[in-house]
Design a protein around this ligand. Structure first.
Ligand SMILES: Nc1nc2c(ncn2[C@@H]2O[C@H](COP(=O)(O)OP(=O)(O)OP(=O)(O)O)[C@@H](O)[C@H]2O)c(=O)[nH]1
Ligand SMILES: [Mg+2]
Length: 365
């Protein structure tokens, strides 16, 4: 038991967790972008990631024979974009791209410029993808809609939409956007984000609107993708036999070390115990119980009503995220020499758990 706690404080000796990170990196939820050259695929990636200072072209790596992949964020990836390059080749075979997308959460995005009715290559590819059968989630994104009059916009969007639906054999959700900034704003991004979130809930987490965050919240926002990455790895650990059992607390420990480092807070056994203490006696008791270290992720029962029934992977994902969120608050105040009330800590933990529930479920499918 004492060794277990030591292992939690000093995580470097657990060899299993690299497997889980590896698993996670090869099972990222994937947005597969299908569109003619110039349709707005790269522009869409910039809009979704809010990452305009990155020269998108540079982040791509060859993935299959006909596609390039872009993982985001680079260091702690949560999402992968697959950009199909070979679409205009007469013998384009989507088999490999389908396989890459279909092993995990995915959505196929058809990107079409409104003013471009000639969509033969896209339609050919779509027909092959439809036949193969394993791609289920699909969305049409009509781009550059504001370059046309309202009348033309409606007509051209409808025309393209019908071309795609005819091949697909059913109605397809769609979004209309214009990535060109008018008065500093692109058109249709919130609606696009909403559609994408319906397909892949993790997208919501890239919400760049920080207007309402206080300093503590803004600091957390900067670390959020890293926390989600650890949460994803913790969820992935449960998918690997013999890894999940021991790996999840090690990952949480590694995350806490990393966060403490970024807040400039010393992280030792005492700091850890104090942090766990703020989360309440139920939490501390279960952590220290004779049932062993695994109980750390089983702290959920204290807040069982928040998350409802859930798989081990969902619990690992959600609790790792919530611990990360709570730790940020704790460390923020710690670094300023301020105290945080246990009530505030428990509230933020519970809120984080509730907020991440849907993401945890979809990410661990
Ligand atoms: N006005 C307007 N221009 C757009 C829009 N989307 C893309 N563009 C422009 O169209 C050009 C191509 O956009 P990209 O996002 O690079 O297109 P892509 O699909 O990545 O093209 P490839 O990488 O060549 O396949 C750029 O000059 C963009 O600025 C849009 O919604 N509105
Ligand atoms: Mg591009």
């Amino acid at each position: 038991m004492f060794d277990a706690i030591k292992g939690f404080i000093n995580p470097s000796k657990n060899p299993d967790i690299s497997q889980a990170f590896e698993y996670q990196n090869t099972h990222l939820p994937t947005l597969w972008l299908l569109g003619k050259t110039g349709a707005g695929k790269s522009s869409l990636i910039q809009a979704v990631t809010g990452n305009s200072d990155v020269e998108i072209g540079n982040g791509f790596e060859p993935c299959t024979m006909t596609s390039h992949a872009y993982s985001y964020p680079k260091a702690t990836p949560l999402l992968r974009f697959l950009d199909t390059r070979g679409l205009s080749e007469a013998d384009y075979d989507p088999a490999e791209d389908i396989q890459i997308s279909a092993q995990q959460g995915h959505a196929l995005l058809i990107i079409a410029k409104a003013e471009e009715p000639e969509q033969r290559d896209v339609i050919n590819a779509l027909s092959k993808i439809k036949k193969q059968g394993s791609i289920k989630q699909i969305l049409v994104v009509h781009t550059a809609v504001k370059q046309l009059s309202v009348d033309e916009q409606n007509k051209t969007v409808q025309y393209n939409q019908q071309q795609f639906e005819k091949i697909w054999g059913s109605e397809i959700a769609h979004a209309e956007v214009d990535f060109e900034l008018t008065n500093g704003k692109a058109f249709g991004i919130p609606a696009l984000t909403e559609e994408l979130t319906r397909l892949l809930p993790i997208i919501q987490q890239f919400n760049h609107d920080q207007q309402h965050a206080d300093t503590e919240g803004a600091n957390f926002q900067k670390l959020k993708t890293e926390i989600l990455w650890y949460a994803g790895a913790a969820g992935a650990a449960d998918a690997i036999p013999a890894v999940g059992l021991v790996a999840v607390p090690s990952m949480q420990a590694k995350m806490l070390h990393s966060l403490a480092n970024q807040y400039g807070v010393d992280w030792d056994k005492q700091a850890f115990a104090e942090f766990i203490g703020t989360l309440g006696s139920g939490f501390a008791f279960q952590y220290a119980s004779k049932l062993g270290i695994r109980q750390l992720v089983k702290l959920i029962p204290a807040y069982g009503q928040t998350i409802g029934s859930a798989s081990a992977a969902v619990i690992s994902f959600a609790s790792t995220y919530a611990i990360g969120r709570a730790a940020c608050k704790y460390m923020y105040h710690k670094s300023k020499g301020e105290a945080v009330s246990n009530q505030d800590m428990q509230n933020i933990y519970k809120d984080a758990l509730a907020n991440i529930k849907e993401v945890a479920k979809s990410e661990t499918r």
